[in-house]
Ligand binder design. Structure first.
Ligand SMILES: NC(=O)c1ccc[n+]([C@@H]2O[C@H](COP(=O)([O-])OP(=O)(O)OC[C@H]3O[C@@H](n4cnc5c(N)ncnc54)[C@H](O)[C@@H]3O)[C@@H](O)[C@H]2O)c1
Length: 387
């Protein structure tokens, strides 16, 4: 699908949501949330939500009683009810919105059930870990008048939004041709992974290393980066090749435990090419290829070098001096994502990270994983999901 068709379809769908939405709530009332899954990430959401005056936390749900109790205490000012079964929470009529932060394999089932129960949904990434699951939620979202937002908070970054505008509206780099992107980090001690936010080594929960529950590294984790690549490309991939494995503590083939390194090459619908690599073998001190997360977008007039805090434009023939632009410092993107969700509910409109963004990113990651597992080229059409 061309970018203009995608944009036109988005606008039409946005208008349809706005016209059809029948959210029965007074505009000034706080939005009443139910939290489903209050582990590490669920708590990061909860502590931000309880600080807001336009939100209350009416219920918490977790299969782990100690997580439920901790969440009830953290939200005690709102006096939330507590549930062990998310279906029971969904039957509560006063709960208008749910925030789902359970392990990845549960996102699709829970999101679809919540949409069918008429709740607005903020679901952590990934939307789903299989193409069938993507279809399940997409169908539910298309039948629903409720707002759906995915936890791909890079979409809420004004810095990233600005670069996308430079590429697609200002035409700064001319026709975009190629993206190179990476997420490289230092090796982790066995049984631990480096936490993206704090930089600390921490033991990950049991579901994380089980690829049947997490979807593997490319779906659970790289989805953030691949989503940004889709956004920069203004398109979705049509095919992908890849290779990856678990390198440490000793090599294991992909599909057994979570990979700690992979490379994928996507061709996009608009013929752009993406070369993405993620590797946890990368000493911090390397000079030629720096550690960390970055994106380089090459066009026929110039190149943009981008990370999460700044971007620089390089003229293709070096006729002008490179100019570095700094992003806004200290912005909490999770809070920005909450702002967009609450406004989207109030204004009966789609959020920035909507169901199409969620489904496109999930399918991009899933097809990449399948290319790695099956050691062959996998196509978008094979996913069998119409977007
Ligand atoms: N957007 C981001 O930057 C970001 C960052 C970290 C994690 N995440 C995502 O958030 C999700 C949760 O990750 P986490 O690190 O908090 O994991 P976690 O294991 O710390 O928390 C998951 C919680 O879900 C609960 N749970 C499991 N099954 C349940 C069920 N059937 N009903 C109710 N609760 C259930 C667990 O008991 C646990 O408390 C994952 O999908 C992860 O990918 C997103």
């Amino acid at each position: 699908m061309s970018t203009s068709t995608l944009v036109r379809r988005r606008l039409l769908q946005g208008a349809a949501v706005a016209a059809a939405a029948s959210v029965v709530r007074a505009q000034g009332d706080p939005l009443r949330f139910g939290m489903i899954g209050v582990g590490k990430r669920g708590n990061a959401h909860l502590t931000r939500l309880v600080e807001r005056s336009d939100v209350t936390v009416g219920a918490v749900c977790d299969i782990d009683p100690s997580a439920r109790d901790a969440a009830q205490s953290a939200a005690q000012a709102d006096d939330p009810r507590s549930y062990a079964d998310y279906r029971e929470l969904l039957r509560q009529e006063d709960i208008e919105a749910v925030l789902i932060a359970t392990p990845c394999y549960l996102h699709a089932e829970m999101s679809a059930a919540a949409l069918e129960a008429g709740k607005h949904v903020f679901c952590e990434k990934p939307l789903a870990i299989s193409a069938d699951q993507v279809k399940l939620v997409l169908d539910a979202a298309r039948k629903s008048n409720a707002v759906f937002q995915i936890g791909q908070q890079s979409r809420s970054s004004p810095h990233m939004q600005g670069v996308v505008r430079e590429i697609h509206e200002s035409g700064l780099i001319g026709t975009p041709l190629v993206i190179k992107a990476q997420r490289h980090s230092t090796p982790s001690r066995p049984g631990t992974r480096r936490d993206g936010g704090s930089g600390q080594q921490r033991r990950f929960p049991g579901w994380y290393n089980d690829v049947k529950l997490s979807g593997d590294l490319i779906v659970e984790n790289a989805i953030h980066n691949l989503d940004v690549c889709n956004w920069l490309a203004g398109s979705h991939p049509v095919s992908v090749y890849g290779h990856g494995k678990r390198y440490l503590p000793e090599p294991m083939p992909a599909g057994t435990v979570m990979m700690d390194g992979f490379s994928v090459e996507y061709i996009y619908n608009n013929d752009m090419h993406l070369d993405y690599s993620q590797l946890y073998l990368h000493p911090r001190a390397l000079k030629i290829l720096p550690n960390g997360m970055w994106f380089v977008i090459y066009g026929d007039k110039g190149t943009i070098e981008l990370d999460y805090s700044s971007w620089t434009f390089y003229d293709i023939y070096g006729d002008s001096e490179p100019v570095e632009h700094k992003g806004v410092e200290g912005l909490d993107l999770t809070e920005e994502a909450h702002n967009d969700f609450v406004r989207a509910v109030r204004e009966n409109r789609r959020p920035i990270a909507d169901i199409e963004v969620a489904a496109t990113a999930a399918l991009t990651s899933i097809m990449g994983r399948e290319a790695i597992y099956q050691q062959r080229m996998v196509t978008w059409d094979e996913m069998g999901v119409a977007l």
